[in-house]
Write a protein that binds this ligand. Structure first.
Ligand SMILES: [Zn+2]
Length: 315
């Protein structure tokens, strides 16, 4: 097995465990129940589930989707969520491997100053996927997007960006004023600005992300206000607003815009399909948060590939 396959396998197995925990969150958070106690129970007969019947994917297959005690069906949602988080973590682990090792340079250490920012980026993508998969399923099942995921997600995404910004090398990303007549050559073929620094790179990143979170929320709030003014009713919940702000906290404003675009396209395609097959009318509601979440996963994958392409210049 190659190094990358080992990373992906370990990522997949860790992802299955997190997927199992995510199933508990999905079942309990929209009902405002504790995710710690009581222990996992069958939703039909309330019989506690023992550890050997609670192994991700395997138990569902071995029990052939039936409770050991009451023989009632166990939803395919459980293995599907475990598999989705497993695949997401495998994707992130494969990315981590490419960043740490790089193709053709096994064991080659990268520039050590970039390690912590990259680790923060990769951790952010792993956590974002976990939260989005949970929110997609919760909105689909219950039309609810719990604050425990959206608001906590905004705090985590912004916190990791601050870690990333704090380790920004000096002078990168500074917003510099008054550069027109003050250029100094620092080496052959390169120039260094000696203008007045308006914002350091760290400040620019942190303030830029605050603006991204507020801007993303404001876009959906405006759409919500316009819809209410035109139709006299709410077309979109505040949960969707918080969800897009969360995506912006992790991916920045560009990532949030891409998520919104992809989410609207997917929701429109789904709505047209329902209308064409007469399974819905123009007044039916669709869980927009689920599509926004799918858009967020899409934007995260696109963003990761852009970063890979960018890192390619250093290989
Ligand atoms: Zn049962």
């Amino acid at each position: 097995m190659t190094t990358a396959s080992w990373f992906e396998l370990v990522g997949f197995l860790v992802g299955l465990l997190f997927g199992s925990f995510l199933n508990v969150c999905i079942s309990r958070l929209p009902e405002h129940e504790s995710i710690v106690s009581p222990r996992s129970r069958c939703t039909e007969c309330r019989h506690p589930i023992r550890w050997f019947d609670n192994i991700p994917l395997l138990s569902w297959l071995i029990l052939r989707a039936k409770c050991r005690h009451c023989r009632k069906r166990i939803s395919w949602r459980y293995p599907a969520v475990e598999l989705a988080v497993g695949l997401w973590f495998a994707f992130v682990a494969g990315w981590l491997c490419r960043v740490l090792v790089g193709p053709g340079h096994p064991g080659a250490a990268r520039d050590s100053s970039a390690t912590i920012p990259l680790a923060a980026d990769i951790l952010a993508i792993a956590i974002l996927g976990f939260l989005l998969i949970g929110l997609i399923v919760m909105d689909w099942r219950t039309k609810r997007l719990p604050d425990a995921f959206t608001l906590t997600g905004i705090a985590i995404g912004f916190g990791l960006l601050c870690v990333r910004a704090a380790f920004n090398p000096d002078g990168t990303g500074d917003i510099v004023l008054n550069t027109t007549r003050q250029w100094r050559m620092s080496g052959p073929g390169s120039f260094q600005s000696t203008g007045n620094v308006f914002l350091t790179g760290t400040e620019a990143m942190v303030l830029g992300r605050v603006a991204a979170i507020l801007g993303a929320a404001l876009i959906l709030l405006s759409i919500r206000w316009i819809y209410r003014a035109l139709r006299g009713q709410d077309g979109m919940g505040l949960g969707d607003v918080k969800l897009l702000a969360m995506i912006a906290a992790f991916l920045g404003f560009g990532g949030a815009l891409l998520s919104l675009f992809a989410g609207v396209m997917a929701a429109a395609a789904y709505a047209l399909l329902l209308l064409a097959t007469r399974r819905a009318t123009a007044k039916s509601k669709i869980p927009f948060g689920s599509f926004l979440g799918l858009g967020g996963l899409f934007a995260a994958v696109v963003g990761a590939q852009l970063l890979d392409w960018y890192l390619g210049f250093w290989r």
